[in-house]
Design a binder for this molecule. Structure first.
Ligand SMILES: NC(=O)c1ccc[n+]([C@@H]2O[C@H](COP(=O)([O-])OP(=O)(O)OC[C@H]3O[C@@H](n4cnc5c(N)ncnc54)[C@H](O)[C@@H]3O)[C@@H](O)[C@H]2O)c1
Ligand SMILES: O=c1ccn([C@@H]2O[C@H](COP(=O)(O)OP(=O)(O)O[C@H]3O[C@H](CO)[C@@H](O)[C@H](O)[C@H]3O)[C@@H](O)[C@H]2O)c(=O)[nH]1
Length: 439
């Protein structure tokens, strides 16, 4: 079993830390957010994610996971560090490496005072060349040591999806890493061996590129499915049925994931990673006709939904779901939040039912605190009682589906105008008071 420090207790860091601790490793989580450190040490998850509350409670009680802001202690007490800090878009769409660079410098300074061997592995999403061009120079400058010789370096992307993060952690679609030195490659191979999945050991930059290719492919699939859905609807057809039949073609083996026509894609990863890849390509003088169109079409899908709602002409609208997908409290680049904000700016009264976002507020998570930056007065708009939301609304926008809401919404569909962006059930097709975005 290894002693591992995880830098960044966000959606990736906390899930990785808890899963590694459950697997028997001794894990120290490091963050600059005192609230997250306190939550972990109290045995509480700092985000809303299925199964995470129980897991964090279990591993903290077992003494295998603890959190600190003491970088030197975390480096001295472990032999492997994972960097899981954010890489948000810079203003020009390029990848923001500021947090990664800072944490590399922090780790480098601690490595300068450490004698034993240590490996630093980046798990944040960074464009090809970032590990070599930004992380390694920062680590070497701060430590006065040589990467690959005096300490190990790897790039090992994470592919988990929020809402199914723990399940994805144990059942990844693929495992790929790049390592500067054989010892780090061996460590990462051994760590992944229990998962029983093929391991692709490549160079650092190829591993970085695979991560962007994965997210870009998902964005392309969603955009293609949505466009077919929009076209099908314009011909009076059901776009979801069309895509389901297409996906049954065993010869071209299309996975049905990300192929269901509906609303725009969003979240903290797909939009920012498509932008970053596009920016990198432009810097290399390479055209990105498809990626340009993906971003344009995705923005148009939000405008399409906005037009549907505004054409319906209601002054008060109830949203079912506001986070970027069901099962998470994450509001980052949520297309539903963007749609709601536009309606609010246009003078529409917007009420919101979202059990995950409400839970984030009631648990005092720091992500909830940022909610009002995304939607004015978000906290005051949240309604925990679905009946109350439906009764007060001129129309209901179904953005995310939750098991407990299905039968109540089906019942309400008979009387209340509904704009469905996800699909309440397959029997419903547009007509009368009910409108689906692609069916
Ligand atoms: N969210 C996902 O589902 C997901 C999945 C795979 C990969 N990724 C990638 O992983 C990275 C992290 O994403 P996230 O969603 O977990 O981010 P996040 O914003 O939820 O968490 C990042 C954490 O890093 C902390 N941090 C910032 N600076 C720090 C420092 N100097 N020292 C220690 N901690 C510091 C922040 O306080 C925060 O808690 C990004 O590059 C993202 O693209 C995300
Ligand atoms: O059929 C689909 C599936 C997803 N989406 C949308 O696509 C976006 C992203 O969803 P998803 O990929 O499930 O969530 P993330 O948690 O953002 O995960 C993506 O981004 C992570 C961060 O890089 C990667 O680790 C994951 O592999 C990658 O799926 C969301 O707006 C979804 O609503 C669709 O519109 N249609």
């Amino acid at each position: 079993m290894a002693r591992i420090s995880i830098f960044g207790i966000g959606y990736v860091g906390v899930v990785s830390a808890a899963c590694l601790a459950r697997d028997g490793h001794d894990v120290i989580a490091v963050d600059v957010d005192a609230g997250k450190i306190a939550a972990i040490n109290a045995g509480l998850a700092p985000i809303v994610e299925t199964g995470l509350d129980e897991l964090v409670e279990e591993v903290v009680a077992a003494g295998r996971l603890r959190a600190t802001d003491d970088v030197q202690h975390a480096i001295d007490a472990t032999e492997l560090s994972f960097i899981c800090v954010g890489t948000p878009s810079a203003e020009d769409g390029s990848v923001g490496l500021g947090y990664v660079e800072t944490v590399c410098r922090d780790i480098g300074r601690a490595l300068a005072r450490k004698d034993g061997r240590h490996a630093v592995v980046i798990r944040s999403t960074t464009v090809p060349g970032s590990t070599e061009g930004t992380c390694i120079p920062a680590l070497e400058a701060a430590s006065g040591k040589r990467a690959g010789a005096d300490f190990g370096v790897g790039y090992y992307p994470e592919f988990l999806r929020e809402s199914t993060a723990i399940k994805d952690y144990y059942d990844p679609g693929l495992i790929v890493f790049g390592a500067l030195d054989p010892a780090t490659a061996e460590t990462l191979t051994a760590l992944n061996a229990p998962l029983g999945c093929k391991i692709h050991a490549v160079d650092l930059r190829t591993a970085e590129m695979v991560k962007y290719t994965s997210n870009t492919w998902r964005a392309v699939k969603v955009t293609f499915a949505n466009e077919i859905g929009n076209i099908a609807k314009s011909a009076g057809l059901d776009g979801q049925t069309v895509m389901e039949i297409l996906c049954s073609d065993s010869k071209i083996a299309l996975s049905p994931y990300f192929m269901r026509p509906g609303f725009a894609f969003g979240g903290s990863c797909l939009p920012k990673d498509v932008r970053a890849l596009r920016h990198m390509a432009a810097a290399n003088g390479t055209a990105t006709h498809l990626l340009d169109a993906v971003l344009e079409a995705n923005a148009a899908q939000i405008a399409r939904a906005e037009k549907m709602v505004r054409d319906a002409g209601h002054s008060r609208v109830g949203f079912v779901g506001i986070s970027f997908k069901p099962g998470t409290d994450d509001l980052r680049e949520s297309p539903l939040a963007e749609l709601a904000s536009r309606l609010i700016r246009a003078g529409v009264q917007v009420d919101i039912y979202d059990p995950y976002v409400s839970e984030a507020y009631s648990s005092g998570h720091s992500a909830a605190g940022r909610g009002n930056d995304v939607i004015p007065d978000l906290k005051d708009r949240l309604i925990d009682d679905l009946d109350r939301l439906i009764e007060g609304a001129g129309a209901v926008v179904i953005g995310n589906l939750y098991n407990e809401t299905v039968s109540r919404l089906e019942e309400a569909a008979a009387n209340v105008p509904m704009l469905d962006l996800t699909r309440l059930n397959r029997r419903l097709v547009s007509g009368g008071r009910y409108q689906g975005i692609c069916w």
